[in-house]
Design a protein around this ligand. Structure first.
Ligand SMILES: *Cc1c(COP(=O)(O)O)cnc(C)c1O
Length: 378
């Protein structure tokens, strides 16, 4: 049987093990150590901006701390893109706040700035001015960031950029991860680079970085004994994982190039297909890392998303429907939603195809053959 082709598998380089060996040799097997600081510097250098990176145990933890630093608390409302992974919104509820979901626009598939403004006006009218906005650069595609930030500024609401999937993407020649008040990256096993599990909060000020560190390491006050005035969290990244991250940072640009090659491959493959379109950037202002390559099936097609995903699965190729909008998730049903059916339609008609940076030419030939077979018979 053919080996399985994964949607987005970890892709280690040649130096990660050496970095980890050094950690063992120096006995920095803890959530402190020089590799953690070097990993944070490497990210700051990559972003090429005056950013302050705090390496954390996950992207979810980073969103949680961003909301905490923006003083989101019980009873507050946070505006959140509906079309995303649940981890974008879960931390809102950790703080006892309420997510208010916003539909996407069809060009980047991310938060629609027009609906965002309608929602803000309506919430203010209901005497519930939102405390924060979380937009996402989904699948690596930058959102309409200028328009979102403009609306946010008009109403004086701080913004969190969920760039978990967008390390290496650019918006108007500036790196994703540098927009809004805070940004978030994930280094989970399926992301652009991995530390096995991990994430980062990107702050704009040293003070925020230090406050994030404080909360991520149990909120210990400056005293000889353990003194606590705040509830803390155990969210610091392991130094062992940071060492893996140092190796991954060396190959980051290669990983992005490979993902973009996958996108080109699918674009070429589907170029004459009338029922399937490949998701791509609206113009040169949006430079996606193409973390995942996505396709949309015309509603008039004779086959469904599940027909194609199941057929690929039978051939040992992993593909997935797009993210199910959070306002349609049972757990988020009680919360308000603003918009129409843009993200719902994307979910009904879209698929992510294998997109790992370690796909071989052979893998792509196999995917092409299976897709050709399917399209011939459907
Ligand atoms: C992966 C992901 C997260 C969460 O990151 P973890 O490191 O898995 O906690 C958040 N938002 C989006 C859009 C993601 O894809």
């Amino acid at each position: 049987m053919n080996p399985k082709i994964w949607l987005s598998a970890p892709h280690l380089g040649t130096s990660e093990e050496d970095f980890v060996k050094q950690v063992f040799a120096d006995n920095w097997v803890a959530p402190v150590g020089p590799q953690l600081l070097e990993f944070e510097s490497a990210i700051n250098n990559y972003l090429d901006a005056s950013t302050f990176t705090t390496a954390l145990s996950s992207g979810t933890a980073a969103i949680h701390l961003a909301l905490l630093l923006l003083e989101v608390a019980i009873g507050d409302e946070v505006l959140c893109q509906s079309f995303t992974f649940s981890a974008t919104a879960n931390p809102i509820t950790y703080l006892g706040a309420t997510p208010v979901f916003i539909d996407s626009e069809p060009e980047t598939w991310n938060m629609c700035p027009v609906i965002l403004e309608e929602a803000i006006k309506d919430r203010i009218h209901k005497n519930k001015k939102p405390k924060a906005i979380i937009f996402v650069n989904l699948y690596g595609m930058p959102a309409k960031i200028d328009a979102i930030l403009k609306v946010a500024e008009t109403y004086g609401i701080p913004v969190i950029e969920d760039a978990a999937e967008a390390l290496g993407s650019n918006y108007k020649s500036r790196r994703c991860g540098t927009f809004g008040h805070f940004s978030v990256f994930s280094f989970n096993g399926n992301k652009i680079i991995t530390t096995s599990g991990g994430g980062a909060l990107i702050s704009r000020t040293k003070a925020h970085h230090e406050r994030a560190l404080f909360y991520a390491t149990q909120a210990k006050e400056n005293a000889l004994h353990y003194e606590h005035k705040h509830i803390g969290y155990n969210y610091r990244l392991s130094n062992v994982c940071a060492a893996i991250g140092l190796g991954q940072m060396e190959v980051l640009s290669n990983r992005i190039a490979k993902r973009q090659e996958n996108h080109q491959f699918y674009k070429e493959f589907f170029k004459d297909n009338a029922t399937i379109s490949v998701f791509e950037a609206p113009d040169h202002n949006y430079q996606s890392n193409y973390w995942l390559s996505c396709i949309l099936i015309e509603p008039t097609a004779q086959f469904s998303v599940s027909d194609l995903v199941n057929y690929l699965a039978e051939c040992h190729i992993e593909a997935r429907p797009l993210w199910k909008p959070l306002h349609l998730q049972p757990v988020f049903k009680p919360y308000p939603y603003y918009g129409g059916t843009i993200c719902e339609k994307l979910f009904n008609n879209g698929i992510c195809l294998p997109s790992g940076s370690n796909l071989t030419d052979g893998d792509r030939l196999r995917i092409a053959a299976v897709l050709t077979d399917f399209l011939k018979n459907n």
